[in-house]
Write a protein that binds this ligand. Structure first.
Ligand SMILES: NC(=O)c1ccc[n+]([C@@H]2O[C@H](COP(=O)([O-])OP(=O)(O)OC[C@H]3O[C@@H](n4cnc5c(N)ncnc54)[C@H](OP(=O)(O)O)[C@@H]3O)[C@@H](O)[C@H]2O)c1
Length: 261
């Protein structure tokens, strides 16, 4: 039995791998940067003596999830926990950002997450055990002008995870959605928002987010918002008129680079 972690070459995924290895959990790690996965495998093997299987995959490729699942089966491994963590965002006007990159974001953040969940869940249900942790975001709670596709992708992840949670709970299988707010990883630079006031002011440590996620997975908490300020924000959005919530989110994402739209 092993835990499959997507996006394990950096940030939260790397943190999940380190935290689980310290608990003696065997791992299957995937991402595109195989050199980083190899270095992490060597580190975890040396420190904790756990088995770490690595697979390079570009999960924005619609064929990749099936191939990953086939590679895992060929290695004789069984996934009893899945952490759907790989994801990225892009900041900018929807009409300006590259169409292929935005569609690739949906393929990674949503399609691959669904495909991998669908591949591993039947076995979990049959064994009456195991769990899935889907990394959503506080972006899931409101529309996000200037990051429209990213916010919508995370709303999908949250809704999907909550629905799955109810479906498989009677079968002894856990499904949790983790909703981090801004967190210090490579995410902000990839998204083109390293200069964002949101990040500069509010970013959390990745380790704290990882701890919250693993706790939620263990306790089968359907939705875990990480961090007290983010919890207050997520709760207050429920009481905020939707038009106001989206204008606030838009104001936080907008920068001079997208002012012309
Ligand atoms: N950091 C934040 O502020 C924040 C806030 C809320 C939610 N989140 C969510 O947290 C999750 C983890 O992000 P992070 O903050 O840890 O960001 P990160 O440091 O940029 O790590 C992202 C991970 O995803 C992998 N990845 C990206 N594109 C991929 C692809 N096409 N195929 C396979 N793997 C790919 C990357 O590996 P390779 O580049 O090696 O492929 C990397 O391991 C994401 O779902 C993100 O949306 C982050």
């Amino acid at each position: 039995m092993a835990t499959l972690i997507t996006g394990a070459s950096a940030g939260l995924g790397e943190g999940f791998a380190r935290a689980l290895a310290a608990q003696g959990v065997d791992l299957i790690l995937t991402a595109r940067r195989i050199d980083r996965l190899e270095a992490l495998r060597a580190e975890l093997d040396q420190k904790h003596g756990v088995a770490v299987h690595i697979v390079a995959a570009d999960l924005a490729d619609p064929a990749a999830p099936d191939k990953l699942v086939a590679d895992i089966a060929a290695a004789g491994l069984i996934v009893d926990q899945l952490i759907n963590n790989a994801g990225f965002g892009l900041r900018g006007g929807f009409a300006d950002l590259d169409a292929g990159q935005q569609l690739g974001m949906i393929d990674l953040n949503c399609r691959a997450l669904v495909a991998l969940s669908r591949a591993v869940l039947p076995g979990m249900v049959e064994r009456r055990g195991g769990g899935i942790l889907n990394v959503a975001s506080t972006a899931a709670f409101q529309p996000g002008p200037w990051m429209a596709v990213y916010y919508a992708s995370k709303a999908f992840v949250l809704s999907f995870s909550e629905a799955l949670h109810e479906e498989v709970k009677p079968h002894g299988v856990r499904v949790a959605a983790l909703c981090p707010g801004p967190t210090r990883t490579e995410f902000a630079d990839v998204a083109g928002m390293g200069d964002s006031a949101l990040f500069k002011t509010f970013a959390s440590d990745a380790d704290a987010v990882v701890r919250d996620g693993l706790k939620a997975l263990k306790a089968n908490t359907a939705v875990k918002v990480s961090g007290a300020a983010n919890m207050v924000m997520a709760e207050s959005i429920r009481l905020t008129p939707r038009g106001l919530a989206r204008r606030i989110a838009g104001a936080m994402q907008k920068t001079k680079s997208v002012d012309r739209l």
